[in-house]
Design a binder for this molecule. Sequence first.
Ligand SMILES: Nc1ncnc2c1ncn2[C@@H]1O[C@H](COP(=O)(O)OP(=O)(O)OP(=O)(O)O)[C@@H](O)[C@H]1O
Length: 669
Amino acid sequence: MSEPTDASAGGVPGPRTAPVSSPSAAPSARPHDGPDADTSQTGPGTSSAAAATQMRYVDLTGSREAAGRSIRLRDMARRLPQLVRRSLALAWQVDRRATIGLLLCQAVTGVMQALGLVAISGTLTALLTGGDVYDRLLQAWPSVALLAGAAGVRALLSITVSWLSSRLGPLMSREAEHMLLTGCVEAELCAYDDPDFNRAREAADRGAQVTGDLINEGQDLIASSASFVAGALVLAGVNWMLLPLLIAASLPQALAQISAARVRYLANLRSNGDLRMLSVLRWHIYTKDAADQIRAGTMSAFLSGRYRETVARINREDRAAADTGARMSLVGALCGGLGSAIVWSAVVLLLANGRISVGHAGTAVFALQTVGQSVRGLVAVGARAVRTGLYMDDWSSFLDKAGGFRMRRGPRRLEPPKTIEVTSVTHRYAGKDRDALSDISLTLRRGEVTALVGYNGSGKSTLSRLICGLHLPTSGQVLWDGVPISEADPQALWQQVALVPQDYARWPLTVRENVNLGQPTARGDAAVHEACEAAGADEVVGTLGAGLDTLLAREWLNGEELSGGQWQRIALARAFFREAGLLVLDEPTANLDPRAEFRIFQRLRELARDRAVLLVTHRITNVAVADRIVVLDEGRIVQEGTYAELAQRPGMFQRLLSYQVSSTERGRR
Ligand SMILES: Nc1ncnc2c1ncn2[C@@H]1O[C@H](COP(=O)(O)OP(=O)(O)OP(=O)(O)O)[C@@H](O)[C@H]1O
């Protein structure tokens, strides 16, 4: 799903950030493009420092910074059980047997650890008591056998745990990603224009990626807890005073580790804007899309320079975090060493006072090591797991609300429409300070072709998206046979829509799937061939080696690349294939040669017989095919009528027509 993101650079999900300035929009339809993914263009003469500032992002809400600062021992203790529960719940969802296996293995490992320590105690006691060496060895061997058996079983269990975890981890990540994709398609289309949604989605994406880590972290936590309990029980059996003493001695090291984890997390957070910028730069540099323009525009030095500047800033943050973390760990280790010296002194004191036997003292040595190691493990893995949990919070909160944009429309199932009425519709995009459409009213009818014309930015595509029910209007209504689209079941409504947008998708699928969009009809390939013929795509299919089975993705083995116009024919075939009551063509012939364009417009009247057709085009002479022409200017309808009427009437349509006619004439001269 994703273009490479922060992950490879060790990054973190997006904080609630906003651009410092408003960078220009990156090309649309790229993964991770959103307002955050914009790249600023630096004009000539702009200093690189200024450009770098322009391209950085700041955390406006500070919510993730606050979350990062909350990595403290208290918060960790509160959150760790939740995290283990969450990881087990997801693991249970993807593979129950493996989850049960893991839990059993962990439980048995804990028991084996305790048995091992008991066996050490038995061995030492037997060996250190007085008497004949042979007798002592004879007494010790059951304990030695138990020790060896417990160690062997633990080794086997550890292999099983890592096998099961490595099976579960990827499954969990993929399931989390699948849930994220479902969340995305359940969001309203307008969500993609909202910076908050884009940020929430990117953060959730990182959360989905790290979900698999949680199973390992959860397992490490359970393992450390089990070995802590086993060691603590044995230690308390030797002398209960040793246990609190050991925990107190481990505390400084634990605190140092948590502080170091917090420093690293916050450093990642500060680099977040740069990490995002890196992923955008990487995407543009190594994919094919801009490869020709990077070369022809001699941009490689500029882009590499920008890449290096960004990497240098990230490196500086990383270095500072590593240095601070190392200093903290050093202080923690010194305090930990001092603590250990106190604990060992206590053991010696107890032994000297005769309060514990030599055998018990030996057992205490091993138990102390076990408990000390497990406390350090708990803290280290705990800090990591809490960090992972922060990312997973982003993921699960996105799933709950689809970033706050979950589609909630009505249940009414629509039939192919006889009329579509737009009544007093005004629409404004999120974050914009002016309306894209103001007070629009018009009616589309089955059997009619309606054309929308107007200058760039006049609102034609916006209006066509509203008519298709892709956006809901800010005010006013779009009614399909009297039913407001907000009350209609969106999936049933879109079954009735055949849309060729300006930027149509070039699916890396076979020709057949590119036309039927994965929804074949009972007529099978015959219907696909018919749609291809209507769109002039039959000529394209004829040149492809594997016909409808040809994969339209050159970069993959056996794939084929199509020209811009050939792709447009496929996109048109897609729309003609759909048995829908509304056909919307937004600049359908922009890439077509005159012969192909002629064929399409010839077919249009025939297609309109049993559906409503909406045509958006800048080629004014083509709109003669329409029954009615609606002229838009700055989001308002300024003229309406037939071609003959509008061509005679002074106004915008005449002006648009005169520009086209005079440019054609200039071309002839
Ligand atoms: N997704 C969006 N988010 C914010 N503003 C948008 C969005 N899409 C369009 N706009 C704005 O709405 C206005 C109308 O745009 P629209 O794409 O509908 O115009 P158009 O007439 O189809 O233009 P063109 O002829 O260039 O295709 C423009 O000012 C544009 O900047």
